[in-house]
Design a protein around this ligand. Structure first.
Ligand SMILES: Cc1ncc(COP(=O)(O)O)c(C=O)c1O
Length: 389
C-alpha cells in the first residue's frame, strides 16, 4: 500500500523539517548539563504556550497519562466532581472519575454542541459540594470547543478545582491557564504543536499542588505521580524516571517554531484554516458536524457523513484515490463523522483545500449530491482572503 501524500488527521500529525531534524539529533545523556538546561528551557517554552507563570510538568507518556495523573492527584471517594460532557473524551473521563470512587454529577449536552456556562453556574449552585470540575476544551472527535474561558472562573468562584483537557486545542485555540484559573491543564505535542505522541504536558496551579499534598492517596513513587516530579525534579534536580530525550528535543523545536511565529499568529492560522474548510464544505453541499460556527473547533473539522455513505469506505477512497489521510470517528460518533485535521503544517498553505476537495470529491464518487467546484473555490477564496489580509 502506498503511503499517502498528505496527512490531514486529528493527530498524530506530520512534523516540520525542523522538528524532524531535532528528533533525529544525537541522544544526549539526561544528566548532562546541556540536556538539563534544554529540559528546563522546554518547560519554560511550554509554559509560555499555556500562558502560565506556574509549573509545567513534562511527563513521559501520551496525554492520557497526564489526565489520569491529575485525577489521581485530587480525586478520592470523598470527592464530588462535576463532569461536563460534550463528547467522547469527556464521557470517558467520567468513567475514570467513577472508577476512583468519586460521586460524579454529569451534565451532558449533544455531541455537536458546547456546554453553556449558565448551566455550569446553576449546577455549581445546586451542588455546592462539587470540588472538582472536569471539562474538555476541544472535543476532538466532534470538532467542537467548550467555553473554558468562562467555565474556569466560574469553578474558581465556587471554590472548585478545574481539570481541563486541552490535548488538541493547545496552540490552535486560545488557552490561558492563569487568567482562566485552570488548575490542571493537560496537552500533548502530537496535535497543534506537531511533534511526537510521547509526552504529557501538564500545567499545575499552586492550588493544585496544595490539593495533591493534602491528599494522602495522591500517587507517590509511581509513573502516575505528579508529586514525584515536584519532589525529584523541581526540588532536587533529579528525574523521577529517565525522560525520552528525543521527545523532549522534538517538543522544544516545535515550541520554538510556535513562539517564533508568535502564539497569536499560530492560533489565527489554525482558526482561519478551519473557517475556510467549513465554508468550503458547506458551499459543496456537505455539513460540518458542529451545530454552529461559534462552537466549531479550529484544530479539526468533523464532517457529517451523509445518509447511505459508509464512513470507512469514504476514508479509504480519500486515502487511496486522492492520497490524503483523514481521521475516522471515535466512540459514539463512529459511522457518523469523518474528520479533516488542521493541526500544525495542515493549517498552512493550501492544505485545507486539499482536504476539502478530496473529501467532497470522494463523497461525489460514492454517489452523494455534492459540488466539488463550489467547495474548492470557496475554500480557496477564504484562504486567499486570509493570505492577503
Ligand atoms: C480531547 C482529547 N483528549 C485526550 C486525548 C488522548 O487520547 P488518546 O490516547 O486516544 O490519543 C486525545 C487524543 O486524540 C484528545 O483528542
Amino acid at each position: 500500500m502506498r503511503a499517502p501524500a498528505f496527512t490531514l488527521t486529528a493527530g498524530p500529525v506530520a512534523a516540520s523539517p525542523r522538528v524532524l531534524a531535532a528528533l533525529g539529533s544525537q541522544i544526549e545523556y539526561d544528566y548532562d548539563p546541556i540536556f538539563l538546561e534544554r529540559f528546563r528551557a522546554t518547560q519554560r517554552k511550554v509554559a509560555q504556550i499555556f500562558r502560565t507563570e506556574g509549573d509545567v510538568v513534562l511527563m513521559q507518556g501520551e496525554a492520557v497519562l497526564g489526565l489520569e495523573a491529575a485525577a489521581l492527584g485530587i480525586v478520592t471517594p470523598a470527592t464530588t466532581c462535576l463532569n461536563l460532557v460534550s463528547g467522547v473524551y469527556s464521557k470517558w473521563f467520567g468513567e475514570r472519575l467513577r472508577r476512583l470512587g468519586a460521586t460524579v454529577v454529569e451534565h451532558e449536552v449533544p455531541f455537536n454542541s458546547a456546554v453553556d456556562p449558565a448551566d455550569v453556574e446553576a449546577l455549581l449552585v445546586a451542588h455546592p459540594q462539587v470540588s472538582v470540575v472536569a471539562v474538555v476544551h476541544c472535543e476532538t472527535p466532534s470538532g467542537t470547543l467548550n467555553p473554558i474561558r468562562e467555565i474556569g472562573p466560574l469553578a474558581r468562584a465556587h471554590g472548585a478545582m478545574v481539570i481541563c483537557d486541552v490535548v488538541s486545542s493547545l496552540g490552535g485555540s486560545d488557552v490561558r491557564v492563569d487568567e482562566w484559573g485552570l488548575d490542571f491543564c493537560v496537552s500533548g505535542p502530537q496535535k497543534c504543536l506537531a511533534s511526537t505522541p510521547g509526552l504529557s504536558l501538564v500545567a499545575v496551579s499552586d492550588r493544585a499542588w496544595e490539593a495533591m499534598h493534602a491528599n494522602p492517596a495522591a500517587p507517590r513513587r509511581s509513573y502516575l505521580s505528579l508529586l514525584d516530579w515536584q519532589t525529584a525534579w523541581e526540588q532536587e534536580g533529579r528525574f523521577p524516571y529517565t525522560p525520552s530525550v528525543t521527545d523532549v528535543l522534538g517538543l522544544e523545536a516545535a515550541c520554538d517554531e510556535v513562539l517564533e511565529e508568535g502564539l497569536e499568529a499560530v492560533i489565527a492560522r489554525h482558526e482561519n484554516a478551519a473557517r475556510a474548510a467549513r465554508a468550503g464544505l458547506r458551499a459543496g453541499g456537505v455539513e460540518p458536524w458542529a451545530a454552529s460556527e461559534e462552537v466549531a473547533a479550529s484544530c479539526v473539522t468533523s464532517i457529517t457523513v451523509p445518509d447511505g455513505i459508509d464512513e470507512a469506505e469514504l476514508r479509504m477512497l480519500v486515502r487511496n484515490r486522492y492520497g490524503v489521510v483523514i481521521s475516522g470517528a471515535q466512540g459514539e460518533l463512529v459511522g457518523k463523522v469523518v474528520r479533516i485535521g488542521h493541526m500544525g503544517i495542515a493549517s498552512t498553505s493550501l492544505y485545507p483545500l486539499v482536504g476539502v476537495s478530496a473529501v467532497v470529491q470522494a463523497l461525489g464518487d460514492l454517489g452523494a449530491a455534492v459540488d466539488v467546484g463550489a467547495a474548492s473555490a470557496t475554500t480557496l477564496a477564504a484562504l486567499a482572503e486570509r493570505a492577503s489580509a
